[in-house]
Design a protein around this ligand. Structure first.
Ligand SMILES: [Zn+2]
Length: 180
């Protein structure tokens, strides 16, 4: 969870958390000096599930949290990009992969941390990777070799499970999940 706002972004005064006077039903960070209300809303994490034939690409994290664990390439969406552009950018930055973006695969709400994670299928055009500084190693795994106990995040695990399940059924669905 993000830390609470401490100071007004407009004038620097310490904010107080209280109900605004406009009928809003949630406490907000409000500046007692200039009355600016600072709204906090969930962030989008965007990424891909890159696949090459029967195998999928996982990246071993070189950053905290979950250093050394395996994940799909993903990160926070930036201003000025679409969700799919962000997912593609993260895949280039973290894995140095060559791929074609395909359809949306999963939408996972994680209210506990105020995030929504979105993953797209990405068809790899090459099995050669050039991982960036946030990745120790990028490599392909077949389903039976996936290190299920070493997956960094539940959203990644759930997305992988659904991808392989779709493959068995011969379909491509969009999966919507809520993660506690
Ligand atoms: Zn202020």
């Amino acid at each position: 969870m993000r830390s609470p706002i401490k100071h007004c972004r407009n004038c620097g005064t310490s904010v107080v958390y209280r109900l605004p006077d406009d009928g809003d039903t949630r406490e907000r960070a409000i500046c007692p000096a200039c009355a600016t209300i600072h709204y906090e809303n969930p962030l989008n994490v965007v990424g891909t599930l890159p696949y090459f034939g029967d195998r999928v690409l996982l990246c071993r994290r070189n950053i905290e949290p979950r250093w050394g664990k395996w994940t799909l390439p993903a990160g926070f969406m930036e201003l000025g990009e679409t969700a799919a552009q962000g997912a593609a950018r993260e895949t280039v930055e973290e894995a140095g992969a060559h791929f074609e973006m395909e359809e949306l695969l999963s939408v996972l709400s994680v209210p506990r941390v105020g995030q929504v994670h979105l993953f797209w299928r990405a068809r790899l055009l090459s099995d050669r990777f050039d991982p960036g500084p946030e990745t120790i190693e990028a490599r392909l795994f077949s389903e039976q070799d996936i290190p299920w106990d070493e997956i960094a995040f539940r959203t990644v695990r759930e997305t992988l499970l659904r991808f392989f399940d779709d493959r068995r059924r011969g379909l491509q669905a969009v999966h919507t999940l809520d993660i506690d």
